[in-house]
Design a protein around this ligand. Structure first.
Ligand SMILES: Cc1cc2nc3c(=O)[nH]c(=O)nc-3n(C[C@H](O)[C@H](O)[C@H](O)COP(=O)(O)OP(=O)(O)OC[C@H]3O[C@@H](n4cnc5c(N)ncnc54)[C@H](O)[C@@H]3O)c2cc1C
Length: 378
């Protein structure tokens, strides 16, 4: 089989891959993106849509959280991509409904309250305002949620329409001449002297550079420098369109769109439907969609008992890649580069990572190993 040729091959058509494609096509490179799914099948198409200016809560850390320089570095790793994303949304007029409603995180028991209090201390030291501690009565008055011990109001928080952002980025990439091959899984990479062969089910493509823009596809690369990610399942349900009473209950105040115990559960109203989800060890990896729905509904009922039997239109599970220090990773070896480890803040961070991957791919003779993603230096 004769190999097709291309300059830049990108694996994955999520935020990261499309961001890299836009950057490279803008510089005049010939770009092909290979996506194994139909466009709507990935994390970038169906996520919670929260762009949260808070360092990620690391699952492997204790309730003391992180201190000093480390916390500041992690905060920078979250804040920079958010302002970069907002700049792109404004520059290219991406229609993704960016708005800043603020976000209340709930503590439903004393352990969660202790964790939250630590995060409040950390965040207020870093932000110097915009993060407020709420007692139980205040939270209940604002959200109508029951059984709450305490809460944290984060005003540095934005919501988007995730599929809207992905669609806008796809249109932008295609307008720049990027070719996106859907239903095209890359099965293997075969590095050559100064290029890489990509094996697809019915074709072979030879590319001068390959960008791995999916944490799941890191397995295609045998590099020792790839730092292993800890993957956590996260689950999301979308209800049918809410009636007026339920709608009022969930979005009682405009700024209250999410809740969580120790950052594990979340809900919001989106296009008149309730999105509710949870992270970390909620149900086994091989659980059926029905089991996921039942587990989510049980958790939701803990906040809003009257929503226990809410009819669900759609359920979805995906994984989040965490690094040990909460900083995303970027790496390259010869013609292959990779990025990931967004620690739950993938909307903004994957977009920024894509741009940095593009920059890495255009550097000649790259051998950098895998590094925490650095600030953009241009
Ligand atoms: C349920 C859920 C809720 C989330 N909520 C939020 C949130 O509120 N805020 C936030 O900031 N982040 C959130 N995230 C994380 C965020 O969605 C992701 O980090 C982000 O979308 C990652 O973008 P990406 O482009 O790296 O990956 P993806 O969107 O996963 O795109 C990678 C693509 O690569 C494709 N692919 C993989 N392997 C191959 C292969 N071998 N060949 C071809 N294609 C391949 C996949 O099909 C996929 O489409 C959530 C994630 C999930 C799962």
């Amino acid at each position: 089989m004769k190999a097709q040729a291309c300059e830049m091959a990108i694996i994955g058509a999520g935020y990261c891959g499309l961001s890299a494609a836009i950057e490279l096509a803008g510089q005049g490179f010939g770009v092909r993106v290979f996506e194994r799914g139909e466009w709507a099948g990935n994390a970038s198409a169906f996520n919670f849509g929260s762009v949260a200016a808070m360092p990620p809560a690391l699952p492997n850390r204790d309730a003391q959280g992180s201190q000093g320089a480390d916390a500041q570095q992690r905060l920078r790793a979250v804040l920079e991509p958010i302002s970069e994303l907002k700049r792109q949304i404004d520059t290219f007029e991406y229609d993704c409904q960016w708005r800043q409603p603020g976000h209340i995180t709930l503590a439903m028991d004393d352990d969660a309250a202790r964790t939250l209090k630590q995060r409040h201390a950390e965040a207020s030291a870093l932000f110097g305002g915009g993060v407020h501690w709420l007692d139980a009565r205040q939270v209940s008055a604002q959200t109508a949620a029951q059984g709450v011990v305490a809460g944290l109001l984060n005003e540095h928080f934005a919501l988007i329409d995730p599929a809207g952002l992905l669609l806008a980025m796809r249109n932008h990439a295609q307008a720049l001449g990027v070719r996106i091959d859907y239903s095209s899984p890359v099965l293997a990479l075969d590095p050559q002297a100064d290029s890489v062969n990509l094996q697809l089910p019915a074709a072979r493509v030879n590319a001068a550079r390959v960008l791995i823009a999916s944490e799941e596809a890191w397995g295609l690369c045998t590099e020792a420098a790839l730092q292993p990610l800890t993957m956590f399942q996260t689950h999301l349900c979308e209800s049918q369109v809410l009636g007026a009473r339920d709608l009022q209950l969930v979005s009682r105040r405009a700024r209250v769109y999410g809740t969580a115990t120790a950052d594990k559960d979340y809900f919001r109203v989106h296009h008149g439907r309730l999105l509710f989800g949870s992270r970390l060890g909620l149900v086994p990896l091989d659980a059926s969609p029905q089991a996921v729905v039942a587990a989510l509904q049980a958790r939701l009922a803990g906040y809003f008992p009257s929503l226990a039997a809410i009819p669900v239109a759609r359920v979805w599970s995906g994984s989040l890649g965490f690094t040990d220090n909460g900083l995303p990773r970027l790496g390259a070896s010869g013609p292959v580069s990779w990025g990931g480890g967004y620690c739950g803040s993938g909307i903004a961070t994957a977009v920024q990572c894509g741009r940095q991957l593009a920059r890495l791919a255009t550097e000649a003779g790259v051998t950098t190993g895998s590094q925490p993603m650095q600030s953009r230096q241009r």
